[in-house]
Design a protein around this ligand. Structure first.
Ligand SMILES: [Zn+2]
Length: 449
């Protein structure tokens, strides 16, 4: 058997954090990658001497971990980062974000916003993101060119959105988007009705029908704020979760972002129907929305992922920072440092997110047969010395600046912090130019420059 260039990539040495079901750690490990998948993983002592690979990465003294998953965001909104802050969700949406989107969001905006977001996400160790936005085709093209894995849903709402005059137009776009992208190795299409307050029941039902027919996930915002719950109470005399329950939307293909304002019975309902939840702690904090009952979700074993939400409500797309936040927020809220451990926080950004998004067979851990989405992190920097417990390090000590190399689908997309798939200078120029254009066309108050 020939061994010359039999493998695409060999990573040797380093501490491998697998996040597999046994949470195995491999002290001095190796991984072999072929055709975008992990073919072998184990201790380096078991690596056969005759192995040859097109690329060899030495990860000695480094951390090798699964790529992080940002399970809820709106990536192109990176171009709205800092446009309006310190406001309540409904005020922020109705008076700032929706008007800004109506004027500014074009295919060009989505293209450059996605590139900017992919740069920030790859730079901070994210290899997959789940998204809901507009001009989804443009977004898919930009994400695929950046080499990122993405679960992308066409955003749907009543009334005009940046790409659809009506909800029916948005639903038609969603169908066409799924037909075009289903089966792509990096882009996983989905349907994204914005929320129960932005979509009528008939729109939600049609979105669900499309998701079922095409066997793709349905992404939605759910019970994010008290104002959302008040709106649903006024319109439908129930809560957002019960409203979706009555419509028959609760099932294993539903990915519900936030779930902050839900009671115990509703948590049980979501668990029973195998709904995936995405917790966005920093966005919930910044918008003053509240604190989701995450310890309760964890106790039940709900499929639970972690997300940044949009870069306009966070204002980062940095999962290293999000892991650190979730590991601490719930301890303070519960006055109990034993809730939401370091390991559980990391699981939310890896296997938990993969489960919530219906992608657990493909990503979320370093295991044979899974996609080779791998992050190599230096442990040489002062904030990483000394090392006692790797999970403690990952949740409480590491920074995104420690991330050196990122591999997605077996392809090196960032090497030694140099972006391989994105023209970062062009993105810088465009981000500044688009900001100037947005300010010229908006009455949105802004501070500084
Ligand atoms: Zn969101």
């Amino acid at each position: 058997m020939s061994t010359i260039q039999e493998y695409d990539l060999l990573i040797t040495g380093g501490l491998v954090v697998t996040m597999n079901p046994g949470l195995d750690l491999i002290e001095e490990g190796y991984l072999l990658v072929r055709n975008g998948r992990i073919i072998e993983i184990g201790p380096r002592s078991q690596l056969r001497p005759a192995i040859a690979a097109k690329r060899v990465l030495d990860a000695g003294e480094k951390l090798v971990m699964p790529g992080l998953i940002n399970a809820h965001t709106h990536a192109p909104m990176a171009l709205f980062r800092g446009i309006a802050d310190d406001r309540e969700l409904m005020d922020w949406l109705a008076n700032y974000i929706f008007p800004a989107e109506a004027t500014a969001v074009t295919p060009d905006f989505v293209d450059w916003g996605t590139r900017l977001a992919c740069w920030e996400m790859i730079r901070s160790g994210t290899t997959t993101f789940a998204d809901m936005y507009f001009f989804e085709d443009t977004m898919a093209d930009a994400a695929a060119q950046a080499g990122m894995r993405a679960l992308l849903s066409q955003g749907i709402a009543e009334g005009p959105t940046p790409d659809s005059a009506t909800a029916a137009d948005g639903l038609a776009r969603a169908e066409a988007f799924i037909a075009k992208w289903k089966g792509h190795p990096l882009i996983y299409p989905a349907v994204g009705p914005h929320s129960a307050y932005a979509c009528k029941p008939s729109t939600l039902l049609r979105a669900k029908q499309i998701a079922d027919q095409c066997a793709v996930p349905l992404l939605i915002h759910l019970a994010e704020s008290q104002s959302e719950n008040r709106l649903i109470q006024e319109q439908y005399h129930t809560t957002p979760v019960r409203h979706l329950g009555k419509l028959g939307l609760l099932d294993k293909n539903l990915v519900a972002a936030h779930c902050v304002w839900i009671d115990e019975e509703e948590i049980e309902m979501l668990y029973r129907h195998d709904v995936g939840i995405v917790h966005c702690p920093q966005s919930n904090m910044k918008l003053g929305s509240g604190i989701a009952p995450v310890p309760h979700f964890l106790k039940l074993g709900i499929k639970l992922g972690l997300g940044t939400d949009s870069p306009a409500s966070n204002n980062r797309l940095n999962m290293v920072s999000e892991i650190s936040a979730v590991a601490k927020l719930h301890k303070a809220a519960a006055l109990d440092p034993t809730v939401v451990t370091a390991q559980q926080s990391i699981a939310m950004a890896t296997m938990g997110a993969a489960r919530a998004l219906g992608m657990a067979d493909e990503i979320g851990s370093l295991e044979v047969g899974k996609r080779a989405d791998i992050v190599v992190v230096t442990l040489d920097e002062p904030n990483a010395l000394p090392l006692y417990d790797i999970y403690s390090h990952m949740a409480y000590a590491l920074e995104s600046s420690n991330i050196e190399t990122v591999i997605i689908d077996g392809r090196v997309v960032m090497e030694n912090q140099v972006m391989m798939t994105l023209d970062t200078e062009a993105i810088r120029v465009q981000a500044r130019q688009i900001k100037t254009k947005i300010l010229g066309s908006l009455s949105v108050p802004h501070k500084g420059h």
